[in-house]
Design a protein around this ligand. Sequence first.
Ligand code: ADP
Ligand code: MG
Length: 630
Amino acid sequence: MAIVAINLTTGSLQQEEIIVGIDLGTTNSLVAYVHPETHQPAAINDLGRGTIVPSVVHFPAGGADPLVGSAAYDFLLSDPQHTIYSVKRLLGKSYRDLGQHAGQLGYKVIDDNAEGLVKVRVDDRFYSPIELSAAILRELRARAEHALKTPVNRAVITVPAYFNDSQRQATRDAGRLAGLEVLRIVNEPTAAALAYGIGLDPDEEKTVAVYDLGGGTFDISILRIQQGIFEVLSTNGDTYLGGDDLDRAVLEHWTTAFGLPAAFGISPHLRQQLRLAAEMAKKYLSQHDDFTTHLTDEAGHNTTVTLTRAQFNDLIRPLVARTIAACRQAVQDAGLSSDSATLATQLDAVLLVGGSTRVPLVHEAVSAFFGQTANSSLNPDEVVALGAAIQADILAGNRRDVLLLDVTPLTLGIETLGGLMDPIIPRNSKIPTKAGRQYTTSLDGQVNLKIGVYQGERDLVSQNRKLGEFTLTGIPAMPAGLPKVDVNFLLNADGILQVEAIELRSNTRQRVDIKPQYGLTDDQVEQMLMDSLLNAKDDVAARLLIEARTAAEQLLYQVESFTRKNRAHLTETELTATAEQVAQVRTALTGTERDPILKAMNELDELTRPYAERVMNISIQQAMAGRKIG
Ligand code: ADP
Ligand code: MG
């Protein structure tokens, strides 16, 4: 299924690889690709095992290769200590991040270092969530290679929109560990929108809501798509609410309503039987009105349990209501109306994602809240993987008409004299992007230049977030203002920033990689933007004061070095007058008013300018007389 192309310049055949799209889910994972001839995305169904691969890894006794998917799922109850599920919840997290949830998993999470990234213990071996995710990715890769009959080395992987940089980096590392070059990490709601064809036309402008109810998590995202740029206006949700909770509601109802023998609660085997029956009932009721099954306990007692769709709806209504409350918050945060009729006109589409959106009550509640029929025309299990495949196809260069970009949420810049923020890449710039600016030294003979990199909208770096700092060393000693230092920012498609500083005369250079999003939640980004708006006026005043101070300090520096070098050409009176005016400027600098500083500076400048001109003339005359100066 490889694509064959002919290189027109060399006439040789080129094998073009397929780039796959992967939905690495908490409960289920899938791999998809775009068919090279039909250009249609499709989820891979290897050996007729279905497209869904449960995100479960089982380590068999004796150290054999881990099992992944349905084969591992079967061990969840019989061998929980060797069977790892929901590993996505641990990706890129420290034990402290997990908090109370650490104890709720069936396997052991290591807590010896609250700050470090968590590990999972299986017997006497330790696995990082990255390694465990890599095991799932390796299985998906193998299935894709087997089904497509071609090597698969490159992929696009999706993550929730709220994933921070640490979690994104961990996902990328997992891909690398599985032997995949991860070309792009894409937000799940963005992928879902792409699968629905939204954002493929650069001329269209759309605002959409993506409601994603999976096995254990719920996410609502509001996206704005403009010129192929996907902007996350808001996200909300509950990382502990999903299909599993619907199953649990059914299970609890049955236990009381049918007075199930205690054995069902005690024996792991029977409890699993009950849990599976509850999930089966839930899925069945997505299409039918009544469900009936027979359960047998260890003593051989038969119990018939039933559930109608109406009963099921009553059981899950509070859970569905919680998702709607999160939707309301997301809509509000995105600056949209919470009135259904108005909201309907503000949103171009409401997309349903995740297996649990097959529940009719979910569909109804979401449609009612948003004032429009939610779109579920694509398979909700597959839609994220299909979108990832489309993104992969775009990156492979197969859709040259489409340019897919993300934007950087906060301004990136460096600290300049006086602690001011000098923006280099403004917020909302499309990424990847590149920008640079030239700087110089402020002191004579300065050989080092400290570059502090900041993120934020405030004028003062002290109120922005420091991302990193490095020192450009080895600048040849030159008078202040003469070295030319280019500072270049390169923000790649994953939001990783590379900062490079080059002194152009000597070609001295230094480079660092910085992760701007590290540890910043969407809320914090929002807060930083709000702060900059609220404090804009104060910030301008502060900036003007600092600029005046910096200019005054530069002037003092120049005047002092001038008088030191040219003492011989100045009269005693001139030296005294200069010293007095320098003192005036210093006094003004102790205050917090800008005007006295500017005034004192002006006076100093006017006083000394004639001296400087005279000295310059003397120098010129001396030079013309053929004598050396200095
Ligand atoms: P995740 O994205 O969290 O990995 P999925 O989107 O694959 O999860 O959703 C899995 C959940 O969807 C499970 O709880 C499963 O029971 C539920 N589910 C799948 N099919 C149906 C259905 N027909 N009706 C109701 N729930 C379903
Ligand atoms: Mg999902």
